[in-house]
Design a protein around this ligand. Structure first.
Ligand code: AMP
Length: 252
């Protein structure tokens, strides 16, 4: 397994190998959710590249960024076990040089794998690829959950035992919305309220946002129609902010 710490090293590696390239971008602290993407890429492409970059622009506060779990050695061991071909671990200075304004590097990717857990990210990347005519297929992958329903996340390690229990409220709330929709409740507002109320009953949790949106445009929906909807939420559980989502109805 090649470990490329710079773009030059990655490009050099790329020039030495042929075949279809599958990309799995991550922020490290890998779990089975990430590995499900890697395994799918392994099945569907000839060369699997995983990137590990804790992207500062994805964090609201510098404390949150500092506290993000990091364990590169463990990540590399897991990726070696999955027979990943190359791990790209760029540094911050390389990704965000002081004077950058625009930067798009598309290295003959064939497919890039993204988890549905980060639903808005997935849709934004799809839009970007379409609008910039990037010839890469974006492959959405289902959310991998713990056996009790909690979506796997690198942030789960920060949950204190009581908060780990309380964190189940996300799955409970989303399941309630899915069941209500299935039982015939079409109102986006009513479904959102049901979710917010379910979260409100868990004293250790505080909803950051709850949205019932169009699965493609992410615009709020007043009524869940034939195209279905996605219920998205972000919830603080103790000091940890967790996100999750579920599809409602049948998206076309
Ligand atoms: P992250 O390291 O959190 O930025 O996630 C990297 C990629 O793994 C993203 O495409 C995520 O959507 C995906 N991912 C994270 N957690 C899960 C999960 N529980 N199930 C499926 N994909 C996930």
């Amino acid at each position: 397994m090649n470990v490329a710490e710079s773009l030059e090293a990655f490009v050099t590696w790329r020039e030495t190998v042929g075949g279809r390239l599958g990309l799995v971008p991550t922020m490290g602290a890998l779990h089975d959710g990430h590995l499900s993407l890697v395994r799918r890429a392994r099945r569907e492409t000839d060369r699997v590249v995983t990137t590990i970059f804790v992207n500062p622009t994805q964090f609201g506060s510098s404390d949150d960024l500092k506290a993000y779990p990091r364990d590169l050695d463990r990540d590399l061991t897991l990726l070696r076990e999955e027979r990943v071909d190359c791990v790209f671990t760029p540094g911050e200075a390389m990704m965000y040089p002081g004077d950058f304004s625009t930067w798009v590097v598309v290295e003959r990717l064939d497919r890039a794998y993204f988890g549905e857990k980060d639903y808005q990210q997935l849709r934004v990347v799809e839009r970007l690829v379409r609008d910039l005519n990037v010839r890469t297929e974006i492959v959405p992958c289902p959310t991998v959950r713990e056996s009790d329903g909690l979506a796997m996340s690198s942030r789960n390690v920060h949950l204190a035992p009581e908060d780990r229990r309380a964190a189940l409220v996300l799955f409970r709330a989303l399941s309630a919305a899915r069941d209500a929709c299935h039982a015939g409740e079409p109102s986006g507002e009513a479904l959102g309220r049901l979710v917010a109320e379910t979260i409100g009953r868990e004293p250790r949790a505080r909803a950051d946002y709850v949205a019932v949106a169009d699965p493609r445009t992410l615009e709020p929906v007043t009524r869940v129609g034939r195209g279905g909807a996605v219920c998205l939420l972000a919830v603080w559980v103790g000091s940890v902010r967790l996100i999750d989502n579920v599809l409602l109805g049948s998206p076309g």
